[in-house]
Write a protein that binds this ligand. Structure first.
Ligand SMILES: NC(=O)c1ccc[n+]([C@@H]2O[C@H](COP(=O)([O-])OP(=O)(O)OC[C@H]3O[C@@H](n4cnc5c(N)ncnc54)[C@H](O)[C@@H]3O)[C@@H](O)[C@H]2O)c1
Length: 352
């Protein structure tokens, strides 16, 4: 069986451990590659040398670097995991693609703006590099079973998808990715959005809205609504899939899934072992990335799929800037939210 040479950029420290600056997602990636039995963990790069050393020791990685470009030049890697904060995803992915790797698995969100996200996908396509993003929830049962029931007639014909989460960008990228997953990757047609940004908020260095609304329509007529931040309903529902003859709820409380369908008396709870966070989702995601590379097929986590959710995020910001609906495909390149913060068109006005 082919053995792939794997490298990591930005390794962090495990979540809540001493010196952690985040979740240390590279540790989960490493466990996933090791589990496939098809990968050799060759090298890792982190500007904090101690982080690289600790990661290498824990995961049996052969060599450490503080300069990721040197690692890319020296190691003849097949697969690179990019696990840095979002402002570094695009430059690092482009450098890895240009170094000749076969596959890049990058953490979410894709990039800082729509232009960067498209460029990453374009350059990787041009060079035949399989670019994927870690929207690992696609491999968890509550979401997979909800999709199955949305498609097999359990709730009639799917008409609408609703959801809520903390923000449009850092968390919303997962939720919007699930919306496209449920609706068979059908592209969106238009987006109408609004954001309020009175509270100073950031995730992984990137400013977030304090509250947001994103209404959009898929090309097959299914409607969607995502609410974010303050004001989202505290009723335990993460996603609601509404059909002509029923309703599916993906919920935070175990067992996370219930369905109301015509002809049945009340809610039917679907027993399944996974939670909305895991436990094993990243390993399953990496298994798919490696298998897709070996089989020459597209992974469920492909950049092509990730771009659909990413476009809706940036279109929501753009809709707020335009005070109007944004018809897709979107032609602007920037992140309208960041641009409005820079020009002062959006101001952090209060702490409430
Ligand atoms: N998929 C998920 O569910 C999930 C969960 C949490 C975080 N994330 C995403 O993962 C990404 C990384 O988050 P994290 O919590 O693992 O971060 P982290 O802070 O734990 O680790 C980032 C590492 O990158 C290193 N770094 C910074 N600049 C670098 C450079 N120029 N070269 C090499 N290394 C550099 C830092 O020193 C640090 O060790 C983010 O985009 C975040 O949104 C995804």
């Amino acid at each position: 069986m082919t053995q792939y040479r794997v490298g990591f950029i930005g390794v962090g420290r495990p979540w809540r451990s001493e010196g952690a600056t985040g979740f240390g997602m590279a540790y989960e990636h490493a466990a996933g590659y090791a589990k496939t039995g098809r990968c050799e963990l060759m090298a890792c790069a982190d500007i904090v040398e101690d982080n690289a050393r600790a990661f290498a020791e824990k995961n049996g990685v052969a060599k450490t670097y503080t300069d990721y470009e040197k690692m890319l030049a020296d190691e003849e890697l097949d697969i690179v995991s990019v696990c840095t904060w979002p402002h570094l995803h695009a430059p690092m992915t482009l450098a890895a693609a240009q170094s000749g790797v076969k596959a890049i698995h990058c953490e979410k969100p894709m990039a800082m703006n729509w232009g960067e996200a498209r460029e990453m996908a374009r350059v990787c396509d041009e060079r035949g590099v399989k670019l994927t993003f870690n929207h690992q929830r696609r491999f968890l049962q509550p979401f997979q079973l909800a999709k199955k029931m949305a498609r097999d007639g359990t709730i009639g014909e799917l008409q609408r998808i609703e959801g809520n989460c903390g923000d449009m960008y850092d968390w919303g990228t997962h939720w919007l990715d699930m919306f496209f997953f449920y609706n068979n990757e059908t592209p969106a047609e238009w987006v109408l959005g609004q954001i309020d940004s009175r509270r100073e908020r950031k995730a992984f260095g990137v400013p977030l809205e304090s509250q947001g609304l994103c209404q959009f329509r898929f090309q097959n007529g299914v409607g969607a609504l995502l609410e974010t931040g303050q004001g989202t309903p505290p009723d335990g529902v993460a996603h609601r899939l509404i059909g002509t003859d029923g309703l599916i709820e993906v919920r935070w409380d175990q067992p996370c899934l219930r369905v109301l369908s015509a002809g049945e008396k009340g809610w039917r709870v679907i027993d399944q072992p996974d939670h909305l966070h895991g436990p094993d989702a990243v390993a399953r995601a990496i298994a798919d990335v490696v298998d897709a590379l070996a089989a020459g097929r597209e992974s469920m986590l492909s950049a092509h799929n990730a771009l659909r959710a990413t476009e809706v995020i940036f279109a929501t910001y753009e809709s707020s800037r335009r005070r109007g609906r944004v018809d897709l495909p979107m032609t602007i390149d920037d992140n309208a939210f960041l641009s409005m913060l820079e020009t002062g068109d959006i101001r952090r006005v209060a702490t409430a």
